[in-house]
Design a protein around this ligand. Structure first.
Ligand code: PLP
Length: 391
Protein backbone atom coordinates (compact mmCIF):
# COMPACT_ATOMS: atom_id res chain seq x y z
CA UNK A 1 0.00 0.00 0.00
CA UNK A 2 1.22 3.51 -0.79
CA UNK A 3 0.68 5.18 2.55
CA UNK A 4 2.01 8.50 1.26
CA UNK A 5 -1.17 8.91 -0.80
CA UNK A 6 -3.48 7.01 1.58
CA UNK A 7 -3.24 9.19 4.69
CA UNK A 8 -5.84 12.00 4.65
CA UNK A 9 -4.43 15.21 3.20
CA UNK A 10 -5.36 17.42 6.14
CA UNK A 11 -3.44 15.09 8.45
CA UNK A 12 -0.49 14.41 6.14
CA UNK A 13 0.08 18.16 5.83
CA UNK A 14 0.43 18.72 9.57
CA UNK A 15 4.04 19.42 10.48
CA UNK A 16 5.61 17.50 13.33
CA UNK A 17 5.39 19.41 16.65
CA UNK A 18 8.47 21.62 16.94
CA UNK A 19 8.57 20.83 20.65
CA UNK A 20 8.47 17.07 20.20
CA UNK A 21 11.10 17.14 17.44
CA UNK A 22 13.37 19.12 19.71
CA UNK A 23 12.81 16.91 22.72
CA UNK A 24 13.62 13.75 20.86
CA UNK A 25 17.17 15.06 21.09
CA UNK A 26 16.91 15.15 24.90
CA UNK A 27 15.16 11.85 25.64
CA UNK A 28 17.25 9.56 27.79
CA UNK A 29 19.99 12.17 28.40
CA UNK A 30 20.51 12.57 32.15
CA UNK A 31 23.24 15.19 31.62
CA UNK A 32 20.76 17.76 30.32
CA UNK A 33 18.71 20.23 32.38
CA UNK A 34 15.34 20.70 30.78
CA UNK A 35 13.48 24.01 30.84
CA UNK A 36 11.46 22.53 28.05
CA UNK A 37 8.26 20.65 28.66
CA UNK A 38 5.33 22.77 29.87
CA UNK A 39 4.30 20.58 32.74
CA UNK A 40 4.30 21.15 36.52
CA UNK A 41 7.23 19.48 38.26
CA UNK A 42 5.01 18.91 41.30
CA UNK A 43 3.28 15.61 41.89
CA UNK A 44 -0.50 15.99 42.09
CA UNK A 45 -1.37 17.04 45.70
CA UNK A 46 -1.93 14.05 47.96
CA UNK A 47 -5.57 14.70 48.81
CA UNK A 48 -6.40 14.64 45.08
CA UNK A 49 -4.46 11.41 44.49
CA UNK A 50 -6.18 9.93 47.53
CA UNK A 51 -9.58 10.81 46.06
CA UNK A 52 -8.60 8.92 42.89
CA UNK A 53 -7.49 5.92 44.93
CA UNK A 54 -10.69 6.01 46.98
CA UNK A 55 -12.75 6.18 43.80
CA UNK A 56 -11.11 2.95 42.62
CA UNK A 57 -11.43 1.35 46.05
CA UNK A 58 -15.16 1.91 45.94
CA UNK A 59 -15.24 0.16 42.60
CA UNK A 60 -16.17 3.23 40.58
CA UNK A 61 -14.94 1.90 37.28
CA UNK A 62 -17.80 2.65 34.91
CA UNK A 63 -18.63 5.16 32.20
CA UNK A 64 -20.28 8.35 33.41
CA UNK A 65 -22.85 10.55 31.71
CA UNK A 66 -21.45 11.82 28.40
CA UNK A 67 -21.50 15.32 29.89
CA UNK A 68 -19.48 14.14 32.91
CA UNK A 69 -20.61 13.41 36.47
CA UNK A 70 -23.37 15.81 37.43
CA UNK A 71 -21.74 16.27 40.85
CA UNK A 72 -18.54 17.43 39.12
CA UNK A 73 -20.41 19.72 36.75
CA UNK A 74 -22.14 21.35 39.71
CA UNK A 75 -18.75 21.94 41.39
CA UNK A 76 -17.35 23.35 38.14
CA UNK A 77 -20.25 25.78 37.84
CA UNK A 78 -19.68 27.05 41.39
CA UNK A 79 -15.92 27.35 40.84
CA UNK A 80 -16.35 29.16 37.51
CA UNK A 81 -18.91 31.50 38.99
CA UNK A 82 -16.64 32.42 41.90
CA UNK A 83 -13.45 32.58 39.89
CA UNK A 84 -14.54 33.99 36.51
CA UNK A 85 -17.81 35.66 37.49
CA UNK A 86 -19.88 33.85 34.84
CA UNK A 87 -22.84 31.54 35.53
CA UNK A 88 -23.66 28.37 33.60
CA UNK A 89 -26.36 25.73 33.79
CA UNK A 90 -24.66 22.51 34.97
CA UNK A 91 -27.17 20.39 33.07
CA UNK A 92 -26.56 21.59 29.52
CA UNK A 93 -23.89 24.29 29.43
CA UNK A 94 -20.93 22.35 30.82
CA UNK A 95 -19.08 19.48 29.16
CA UNK A 96 -16.35 17.56 30.96
CA UNK A 97 -13.61 16.57 28.50
CA UNK A 98 -10.36 14.67 28.24
CA UNK A 99 -8.22 17.73 28.91
CA UNK A 100 -8.59 21.15 27.36
CA UNK A 101 -7.06 19.45 24.31
CA UNK A 102 -10.24 17.49 23.64
CA UNK A 103 -12.40 20.53 24.31
CA UNK A 104 -10.50 22.52 21.65
CA UNK A 105 -10.85 19.70 19.15
CA UNK A 106 -14.59 19.26 19.83
CA UNK A 107 -15.31 22.98 19.64
CA UNK A 108 -13.54 23.37 16.31
CA UNK A 109 -15.22 20.28 14.85
CA UNK A 110 -18.59 21.50 16.10
CA UNK A 111 -18.14 24.97 14.61
CA UNK A 112 -16.22 24.82 11.37
CA UNK A 113 -17.37 24.21 7.84
CA UNK A 114 -14.58 23.65 5.31
CA UNK A 115 -12.80 26.93 4.62
CA UNK A 116 -14.02 28.82 7.71
CA UNK A 117 -11.26 30.97 9.13
CA UNK A 118 -10.05 30.82 12.70
CA UNK A 119 -7.96 33.68 14.08
CA UNK A 120 -5.55 33.27 16.98
CA UNK A 121 -2.76 35.33 18.46
CA UNK A 122 0.72 34.03 17.90
CA UNK A 123 3.19 32.87 19.29
CA UNK A 124 0.70 30.34 20.61
CA UNK A 125 0.22 26.85 21.94
CA UNK A 126 1.41 24.37 19.32
CA UNK A 127 -1.91 22.53 18.92
CA UNK A 128 -4.03 25.44 17.67
CA UNK A 129 -3.11 25.50 13.98
CA UNK A 130 -3.15 21.68 13.52
CA UNK A 131 -6.47 21.41 15.39
CA UNK A 132 -8.01 23.99 13.04
CA UNK A 133 -6.68 22.18 9.95
CA UNK A 134 -7.94 18.80 11.18
CA UNK A 135 -11.40 20.36 11.50
CA UNK A 136 -11.12 21.55 7.86
CA UNK A 137 -10.76 25.18 8.90
CA UNK A 138 -8.18 27.74 7.84
CA UNK A 139 -5.80 28.80 10.60
CA UNK A 140 -4.98 32.53 10.50
CA UNK A 141 -2.31 33.64 12.98
CA UNK A 142 -2.07 37.25 14.16
CA UNK A 143 1.47 38.12 15.20
CA UNK A 144 1.90 39.77 18.59
CA UNK A 145 4.88 41.89 19.56
CA UNK A 146 7.33 42.04 22.42
CA UNK A 147 6.65 45.80 22.63
CA UNK A 148 2.99 44.97 23.46
CA UNK A 149 4.16 42.31 25.94
CA UNK A 150 2.63 39.80 23.51
CA UNK A 151 -0.97 40.86 24.18
CA UNK A 152 -3.22 40.88 21.10
CA UNK A 153 -3.47 44.30 19.46
CA UNK A 154 -7.17 44.92 18.66
CA UNK A 155 -6.20 46.86 15.50
CA UNK A 156 -4.26 43.84 14.22
CA UNK A 157 -7.27 41.67 15.03
CA UNK A 158 -9.64 43.89 13.08
CA UNK A 159 -7.29 43.94 10.10
CA UNK A 160 -7.27 40.12 10.01
CA UNK A 161 -11.08 39.68 10.01
CA UNK A 162 -12.60 38.65 6.66
CA UNK A 163 -16.12 37.53 5.67
CA UNK A 164 -14.92 33.92 6.26
CA UNK A 165 -13.78 34.54 9.83
CA UNK A 166 -15.90 32.55 12.26
CA UNK A 167 -13.84 31.97 15.38
CA UNK A 168 -11.26 33.79 17.49
CA UNK A 169 -9.09 31.68 19.79
CA UNK A 170 -7.66 33.45 22.82
CA UNK A 171 -5.22 32.16 25.41
CA UNK A 172 -4.41 34.44 28.35
CA UNK A 173 -2.19 33.86 30.26
CA UNK A 174 -0.40 32.67 27.15
CA UNK A 175 1.74 29.66 26.41
CA UNK A 176 4.60 30.38 25.43
CA UNK A 177 4.97 34.06 26.40
CA UNK A 178 3.22 34.25 29.79
CA UNK A 179 1.31 37.27 28.43
CA UNK A 180 -1.82 38.51 30.14
CA UNK A 181 -4.27 40.81 28.38
CA UNK A 182 -5.18 44.08 30.11
CA UNK A 183 -8.92 44.47 30.67
CA UNK A 184 -9.10 47.41 28.26
CA UNK A 185 -7.57 45.23 25.54
CA UNK A 186 -10.08 42.45 26.22
CA UNK A 187 -12.90 45.00 26.10
CA UNK A 188 -11.73 46.26 22.70
CA UNK A 189 -11.43 42.66 21.45
CA UNK A 190 -14.93 41.92 22.78
CA UNK A 191 -16.38 44.90 20.89
CA UNK A 192 -14.84 43.59 17.66
CA UNK A 193 -16.17 40.09 18.26
CA UNK A 194 -19.67 41.46 18.73
CA UNK A 195 -19.37 43.77 15.70
CA UNK A 196 -18.17 40.94 13.44
CA UNK A 197 -20.29 38.22 15.05
CA UNK A 198 -17.35 35.97 16.00
CA UNK A 199 -17.38 32.98 18.33
CA UNK A 200 -14.60 33.10 20.92
CA UNK A 201 -12.81 30.01 22.18
CA UNK A 202 -11.10 31.25 25.30
CA UNK A 203 -8.45 28.85 26.57
CA UNK A 204 -7.94 29.95 30.18
CA UNK A 205 -6.00 26.92 31.35
CA UNK A 206 -3.36 29.08 33.08
CA UNK A 207 -5.83 31.49 34.70
CA UNK A 208 -4.94 30.58 38.32
CA UNK A 209 -1.24 30.94 37.56
CA UNK A 210 -0.79 34.70 37.60
CA UNK A 211 1.53 36.57 39.85
CA UNK A 212 1.81 39.58 42.15
CA UNK A 213 -1.20 41.81 41.65
CA UNK A 214 -2.02 40.61 38.12
CA UNK A 215 -5.75 39.96 37.83
CA UNK A 216 -7.46 37.54 35.51
CA UNK A 217 -10.51 38.61 33.54
CA UNK A 218 -12.36 36.12 31.42
CA UNK A 219 -13.63 37.57 28.17
CA UNK A 220 -16.81 35.55 28.83
CA UNK A 221 -17.56 37.91 31.75
CA UNK A 222 -17.60 41.06 29.60
CA UNK A 223 -20.92 42.54 28.42
CA UNK A 224 -22.43 40.69 25.47
CA UNK A 225 -19.73 37.98 25.47
CA UNK A 226 -21.19 35.09 27.45
CA UNK A 227 -23.53 34.22 24.57
CA UNK A 228 -20.65 33.92 22.06
CA UNK A 229 -17.81 32.56 24.21
CA UNK A 230 -16.75 29.04 25.05
CA UNK A 231 -14.68 29.11 28.21
CA UNK A 232 -12.10 26.30 28.27
CA UNK A 233 -10.42 25.31 31.48
CA UNK A 234 -8.90 22.27 33.11
CA UNK A 235 -6.94 20.70 35.90
CA UNK A 236 -3.57 20.00 34.24
CA UNK A 237 -1.64 23.11 35.14
CA UNK A 238 -2.95 24.77 38.31
CA UNK A 239 -3.59 21.47 40.12
CA UNK A 240 -0.60 19.61 38.62
CA UNK A 241 -2.90 16.96 37.14
CA UNK A 242 -1.63 16.58 33.56
CA UNK A 243 -1.80 12.78 33.67
CA UNK A 244 -5.42 12.80 34.83
CA UNK A 245 -6.39 14.25 31.44
CA UNK A 246 -9.31 16.33 32.61
CA UNK A 247 -10.75 19.60 31.36
CA UNK A 248 -14.08 21.24 30.66
CA UNK A 249 -15.90 23.63 28.40
CA UNK A 250 -18.59 26.06 29.56
CA UNK A 251 -20.67 27.94 27.04
CA UNK A 252 -24.00 28.50 25.30
CA UNK A 253 -26.21 25.40 25.18
CA UNK A 254 -26.33 25.05 21.35
CA UNK A 255 -22.54 24.94 21.11
CA UNK A 256 -22.07 22.65 24.12
CA UNK A 257 -24.71 20.27 22.82
CA UNK A 258 -23.09 20.21 19.35
CA UNK A 259 -19.78 19.35 21.01
CA UNK A 260 -21.55 16.67 23.00
CA UNK A 261 -22.73 15.05 19.77
CA UNK A 262 -19.13 14.58 18.66
CA UNK A 263 -17.86 13.65 22.14
CA UNK A 264 -20.49 10.93 22.72
CA UNK A 265 -19.30 9.01 19.65
CA UNK A 266 -15.58 9.70 20.01
CA UNK A 267 -14.56 9.78 23.67
CA UNK A 268 -17.88 8.84 25.35
CA UNK A 269 -16.81 10.41 28.61
CA UNK A 270 -13.75 11.41 30.60
CA UNK A 271 -12.38 8.75 33.00
CA UNK A 272 -14.46 8.46 36.16
CA UNK A 273 -11.37 8.19 38.41
CA UNK A 274 -10.13 11.55 37.14
CA UNK A 275 -13.56 13.11 37.48
CA UNK A 276 -13.81 12.07 41.13
CA UNK A 277 -10.28 13.36 41.78
CA UNK A 278 -11.27 16.65 40.13
CA UNK A 279 -14.15 17.09 42.58
CA UNK A 280 -11.59 16.95 45.39
CA UNK A 281 -9.37 19.44 43.53
CA UNK A 282 -12.24 21.92 43.30
CA UNK A 283 -13.39 21.36 46.88
CA UNK A 284 -10.04 21.28 48.69
CA UNK A 285 -7.25 21.85 46.16
CA UNK A 286 -6.80 25.60 46.44
CA UNK A 287 -4.28 25.74 49.34
CA UNK A 288 -1.88 23.36 47.53
CA UNK A 289 -2.42 25.27 44.28
CA UNK A 290 -1.50 28.55 46.00
CA UNK A 291 1.67 26.99 47.43
CA UNK A 292 2.73 25.78 43.98
CA UNK A 293 1.94 29.20 42.56
CA UNK A 294 4.12 30.93 45.14
CA UNK A 295 6.97 28.62 44.23
CA UNK A 296 6.50 29.40 40.51
CA UNK A 297 6.48 33.12 41.32
CA UNK A 298 9.86 32.92 43.07
CA UNK A 299 11.36 30.86 40.25
CA UNK A 300 10.02 33.29 37.64
CA UNK A 301 11.54 36.27 39.42
CA UNK A 302 14.90 34.55 39.72
CA UNK A 303 14.97 33.32 36.11
CA UNK A 304 13.95 36.67 34.61
CA UNK A 305 16.61 38.51 36.62
CA UNK A 306 19.34 36.05 35.66
CA UNK A 307 18.38 36.18 31.96
CA UNK A 308 18.44 39.99 31.91
CA UNK A 309 21.72 40.06 33.87
CA UNK A 310 23.36 37.81 31.29
CA UNK A 311 22.17 40.09 28.48
CA UNK A 312 19.10 38.22 27.23
CA UNK A 313 16.31 40.77 27.26
CA UNK A 314 13.31 39.24 29.02
CA UNK A 315 10.08 40.84 30.22
CA UNK A 316 8.50 39.75 33.50
CA UNK A 317 5.47 37.74 32.36
CA UNK A 318 2.28 38.10 34.37
CA UNK A 319 1.16 34.47 34.21
CA UNK A 320 1.59 30.80 33.22
CA UNK A 321 5.02 29.26 33.91
CA UNK A 322 7.06 30.37 30.92
CA UNK A 323 9.52 33.14 30.18
CA UNK A 324 10.27 34.22 26.63
CA UNK A 325 13.69 35.88 26.38
CA UNK A 326 14.83 37.63 23.22
CA UNK A 327 17.86 35.83 21.76
CA UNK A 328 17.84 37.66 18.45
CA UNK A 329 20.95 39.75 19.03
CA UNK A 330 23.22 36.84 18.14
CA UNK A 331 23.45 36.00 14.46
CA UNK A 332 21.67 32.71 15.04
CA UNK A 333 18.09 31.65 14.40
CA UNK A 334 16.20 30.67 17.54
CA UNK A 335 16.47 27.03 16.44
CA UNK A 336 20.25 27.33 16.05
CA UNK A 337 20.48 29.09 19.40
CA UNK A 338 18.45 26.35 21.12
CA UNK A 339 20.45 23.58 19.44
CA UNK A 340 23.78 25.08 20.46
CA UNK A 341 22.47 25.74 23.98
CA UNK A 342 21.54 22.09 24.18
CA UNK A 343 24.80 20.73 22.77
CA UNK A 344 27.24 23.17 24.39
CA UNK A 345 25.54 24.15 27.67
CA UNK A 346 23.41 21.03 28.17
CA UNK A 347 20.29 23.15 28.73
CA UNK A 348 17.10 22.35 26.83
CA UNK A 349 14.67 25.14 26.00
CA UNK A 350 12.26 25.41 23.08
CA UNK A 351 13.05 27.65 20.09
CA UNK A 352 10.41 30.37 19.78
CA UNK A 353 9.54 29.51 16.18
CA UNK A 354 8.02 26.22 17.42
CA UNK A 355 5.09 28.45 18.48
CA UNK A 356 4.69 30.11 15.09
CA UNK A 357 6.72 32.36 12.84
CA UNK A 358 6.36 35.37 15.14
CA UNK A 359 8.18 33.44 17.87
CA UNK A 360 11.38 33.60 15.83
CA UNK A 361 14.17 35.32 17.75
CA UNK A 362 12.91 34.07 21.13
CA UNK A 363 13.34 31.07 23.37
CA UNK A 364 10.72 29.51 25.64
CA UNK A 365 12.00 28.50 29.05
CA UNK A 366 9.60 26.75 31.40
CA UNK A 367 10.20 27.39 35.08
CA UNK A 368 8.06 24.53 36.35
CA UNK A 369 11.38 22.97 37.29
CA UNK A 370 13.15 22.65 40.66
CA UNK A 371 14.79 25.88 41.77
CA UNK A 372 18.22 24.25 42.06
CA UNK A 373 18.01 23.06 38.45
CA UNK A 374 16.95 26.52 37.28
CA UNK A 375 20.02 27.96 39.03
CA UNK A 376 22.33 25.41 37.40
CA UNK A 377 20.70 26.03 34.00
CA UNK A 378 21.23 29.79 34.42
CA UNK A 379 24.92 29.30 35.30
CA UNK A 380 25.42 27.15 32.19
CA UNK A 381 23.47 29.60 30.00
CA UNK A 382 25.51 32.51 31.27
CA UNK A 383 28.76 30.78 30.30
CA UNK A 384 27.26 29.94 26.90
CA UNK A 385 26.13 33.53 26.26
CA UNK A 386 29.60 34.83 27.29
CA UNK A 387 31.15 32.45 24.79
CA UNK A 388 28.74 33.56 22.01
CA UNK A 389 29.60 37.19 22.70
CA UNK A 390 33.28 36.46 22.08
CA UNK A 391 32.72 34.66 18.77
N1 PLP B 1 -3.93 24.90 26.20
C1 PLP B 1 -2.72 25.40 26.44
C2 PLP B 1 -2.49 26.86 26.21
C3 PLP B 1 -1.66 24.59 26.87
O1 PLP B 1 -0.46 25.12 27.11
C4 PLP B 1 -1.91 23.21 27.05
C5 PLP B 1 -0.83 22.29 27.46
O2 PLP B 1 0.34 22.62 27.48
C6 PLP B 1 -3.19 22.72 26.79
C7 PLP B 1 -4.18 23.59 26.37
C8 PLP B 1 -3.54 21.26 26.95
O3 PLP B 1 -4.08 21.06 28.20
P1 PLP B 1 -4.70 19.69 28.68
O4 PLP B 1 -3.64 18.98 29.46
O5 PLP B 1 -5.84 20.11 29.56
O6 PLP B 1 -5.15 18.93 27.49
Amino acid sequence: MDWSTTIATQVAQIPRSGIRAFFDLVTGRSDIISLGVGEPDFVTPWNIREAAIYSLERGHTTYTSNYGLESLRRKIVTYVENFFGVSYNPLNEVLVTVGVSEAIDLALRALLNPGDEVLYHEPCYVSYAPSVSMAYGVAVPIATKKSDLFALDPAALEAAITPRTKVLMLNFPTNPTGAVAPVETLEAIARLCIKHDLVVLSDEIYSELRYDDVRHTSIASLPGMRERTLLLHGFSKAFAMTGFRLGYACGPEPLVSAMMKVHQYSMLCAPITSQEAAIEALENGTPAMLEMRESYRMRRNYLVKRLNDMGLDCHLPGGAFYVFPDVSRFSLSSKEFAERLLMEAKVAAVPGDAFGASGEGFLRCCYATAFELIREACDAMERFVDKLQKE
